[in-house]
Every structure is written in C-alpha cells, then in structure tokens.
Design a binder for this molecule. Sequence first.
Ligand SMILES: [Zn+2]
Length: 407
Amino acid sequence: MEDRDHKKIGPELELFYIDPVVGKGLPMYLPKGTIIKRELEKFVIEEETKRGYLHVETPDLAKLELYEKSGHYPHYKDSMYAPIEIDDERFMLRPMTCPHHFQLFLSRPHSYREAPMRIAELSQLYRYEQSGELMGLIRTRSFCLADAHIICTSEEQAMEEITGALDLIEYANSVFGLKLGVDYRYRLSLGDRSNTEKYYKNDAAWEKGEELLREVMQKRGCEFEEAKDEAAFYGPKIDVQMKNVNGKEDTAFTVQYDFCMPDRFDLTYIGEDGKAKRAFVVHRSSIGSLGRTMAFLIEKYAGAFPTWLSPVQAKVIPIADTHQPFAKEVLQSLKDAGIRAEMDESSETLGKKIREAKTHKVPYLLVIGDQEVASSTATLEGREGKIGALSVADIVEKLTTEIKNRA
Ligand SMILES: [Zn+2]
C-alpha cells in the first residue's frame, strides 16, 4: 500500500511539498505538481464552459458581515480562522464561496430567462482542521475548490440541475478512469430535525428537499447509501465518496440543495409576469478540491498518470552523444506541438537511461540511434512496451491526439 500513498510518492515524484516553516496543512505545489493542477483546471473550465457555466472570480477575503448574513458565522465558526482587523473592520478568510456568489448575483436584477444561472469559480478556501486530521493533499487548511452555485426558478429546475451536475461528475470521473461502485460511491446525506443548532430550522423544507434528492438518485438507477446527520446546515446533499489507499473515506465531490440561502440573501428573479420571485439554489463541486482529487489520482495511478496529466509526456533518449543533434531536433518538434518533452543528455548506458525515465513514470520514450538518425525516425516505447520506429510527424500526431482526447 505504501508505494501508492500520495503522501510518500507525491514528494518523491516532486509533485508537492509540505514545509513546517510554511505551516501544517498548507501544501506547496512543485513545478510538476503544478502542471497536473493546471491540467485539472483547464479540463474543468473547458468542460463547465461547454455545459453553460459562467466562470467568475471573487476575493479570498471578505467582511465578517457577509458570513453573518449567510449564517456560516456562527454555524461554521469552528472551521473558520479568526477575524483579521483592517481599518476598524473585521475580515474573514473564506471557508466557502457561496456568500460571495450570492452577493455577486445581487449586483443587478435577473430575468427568469437567465435561469438556470450557473456561477462557477476555482476558489481558494481556508478551513481550520485539527492537526491530527491533516492528511497530505486530502485534508488541508487551504485548498482550491471547483465550486459553483446554480440559481434556479423552480424546484423542478433545481432537480434538473442536480442531475446535470451529477452527469458532469460522472463524466469527469470517467475521464479520470474512476468507476462507480469501484472507485467511488454515492451517499445521500440527510439532516437531523432534532438538531436545530446544527441545521437550519424548517422541517417541511427538509422533508421535501430530502425526498426530492432521493427521487433524483432513484431515477439515476444507481446504488446509494443514506446517511443521517451528514447534511450541510442549509440543506441535504448528494456526496460522492472516495477511499484513499489506507481505506479512509472522504467526500470527493458534492451536490447540495439549498432552501435556506435564497431567503437569507433575498435571491429573486423577475418572473414572466414582471414580479420578483424567490429563487432556488444548488451548490455543487464538479471535480472537488483539486488537491484532494490529485491525491486520489496519484494513489490510483501510483504516479503513472494518463499522458494528458503527466508532467513529462515524452523523453527523447539518444543512445550515444553522436545521436544528440538529431535527438535535439526531435525534442524541438515535440515541444513545438505542445508536448511536454525532455531529453536525456547524460552519458549513461541506454539501459540506465530507460530505467531512469521509467522510474519517473514518463509515458513515452523515443529512442534514437544510428538507424533512427539514418531514417529520420525514432523508436517509440509506451508503458505497454515497444511500439516501433515511427516518423517524428507520426509520433507527434499519435501523442497530440491522445492528449487532446484525454485518453
Ligand atoms: Zn456553496
């Protein structure tokens, strides 16, 4: 198990590093880890944009007043950092994006024609976690969440959006190679009517909300477990649960139905009759916390990522120094095509160069010797073994197609 543990192989593969001088639970992404993070960001922005999400950016910091308005303060106080005083005003590092997005929605009136309005952001969030709970990239004190809030005109529209959000999650998981029932499972997280301190009080709304989510799950026809007392304080949710290598389960992605915030923020839209009507809200994360998702992927692939996510996608290996000039041309062709490629310029033996590239889990090796120089080819080797001598144009074509399709 240990050779898959992201806490161990993450630093070995130079993906991330946690330094006590910077702080516990505050990971730093090294250049290779940042490449993976950027690929995840590009993927989610591209996919969400296709599905009608509008990406925005809001600040990591806001006045305490905003979290009092949302009710996160005091409900969520224990997970928030202490207020920061600036010019006699108190500010909080944000633990959630919701209040920011609701306030942004209020910047102007909205027509029913704009709904469902899908406001998305890659948000940096800050939550207090006890030292003992901190774990690599899975449980941290700061992380980037692929977050969104969908403003709807009706319960029906909200349920359609919840279904759409689950479709997006399942699509993303399929791209990551994660399978329902094997790598992840669904949990319907319910409230607790008797706990009015933890949950917003409105029994009828809870009953209805929980029943609606249950129906959404039953319609999907996939298995799910129900868990009491796991909801958000503002409503029930559908969680996508994943286990790490050590068997500990965490919520990777979540879709939540909210019947509380629209009242608190007075979120309305102008209906067909010209009158203001109360909106319905869905909170959802598509690929969750990018760090947490990266941790699951490191453990799933033991560092041998699919080509599109690999920090180095191809390694050019000249057999001897005399093959270096042509190898450099090949390297340049790969780079010009946007492929992340490196060349081994050491004077080690071929066997050692190949072992070195394989240790770093590089998906493709291009070996260049006398024959390859004479025929202007490279001998391509993938993770499954030798593919053969191909022209550089063919190799570029093969790799770019695989990367573009996130195969
Ligand atoms: Zn939210």
